[in-house]
Write a protein that binds this ligand. Structure first.
Ligand SMILES: [Zn+2]
Ligand SMILES: [Zn+2]
Ligand SMILES: [Zn+2]
Length: 229
């Protein structure tokens, strides 16, 4: 073992943490965009249930309790396979790359911890609480400025549809750095794109009742079977 493997500094730790969290935001952004692209329909299913059957573009965004999209599907907690499988693949790929680059083991460990911890905190914990009526961050001075702004941008993500019936804005959750960089940031609520919603309803085989999307779990997201129009 080289002498460098035990040789670590506070600067090195902070740099490793910063780079790992930024990498997690970058990968999370692109994985989220991938789930909205329908390139892998089986992967998109759970996320589309979250978007069209539970917190649909014309439905309420907050309830007293979080409404899981993993009912009757494999999940860890309420995180479905559509996130777990790609995340596992990314995690082991990065581990392999860091090993090949001979990064000292202590930094590899810090990096891998951040690559798990950051997404769990941001994409799972924080995201789910954006859909609650009451959450402590929204009541906490200073923190609420950041949280309420991020929640507003996430609600725009849920409501903004393009003419192809796809969400096209704000793929970040807590931070929107890559939405700004790749020009997918949507800062304002726009009137609901009814034509776009109609396209999505057709594509995914969504059910409607009284002009609203049917929230019942019996409604199936058509993309799940990969039958693309
Ligand atoms: Zn989404
Ligand atoms: Zn959401
Ligand atoms: Zn289809």
């Amino acid at each position: 073992m080289s002498v460098h493997s035990t040789h670590f500094t506070i600067g090195g730790v902070l740099l490793t943490l910063g780079a790992s969290c930024a990498a997690a935001e970058f990968l999370g952004y692109w994985l989220h965009r991938l789930l909205h692209s329908d390139k892998f329909p089986a992967l998109s299913q759970g996320h589309l249930i979250h978007h069209f059957l539970i917190y649909g573009p014309d439905q309420a965004m907050r309830y007293d309790k979080y409404q899981d999209a993993t009912h009757g599907r494999f999940s860890v907690g309420n995180v479905g396979l559509e996130w777990l499988a790609p995340c596992a693949l990314i995690f082991f790929s990065i581990w392999g790359i860091l090993y090949a680059l001979r990064i000292p083991p202590v930094y590899v460990a810090i990096s891998l911890l951040a690559l798990v911890g950051w997404p769990v905190l941001m994409f799972s914990y924080l995201h789910d609480r954006m859909h609650l009526k009451d959450f402590w961050m929204a009541r906490t001075p200073i923190l609420k400025i950041w949280f309420c702004r991020a929640r507003r941008l996430h609600e725009i993500h849920h409501r903004a549809l393009n003419d192809h019936g796809r969400m096209h804005a704000n793929f970040g959750i807590g931070f929107f750095w890559f939405d700004r960089l790749f020009r997918t940031i949507g800062r304002h609520h726009l009137p609901l794109n009814q034509a776009g919603l109609g396209v999505a309803i057709q594509r995914y085989g969504l059910l409607e009742r009284n002009g609203r999307l049917e929230s019942s779990t019996e409604a199936q997201i058509h993309a799940a079977v990969g039958k693309h129009a």
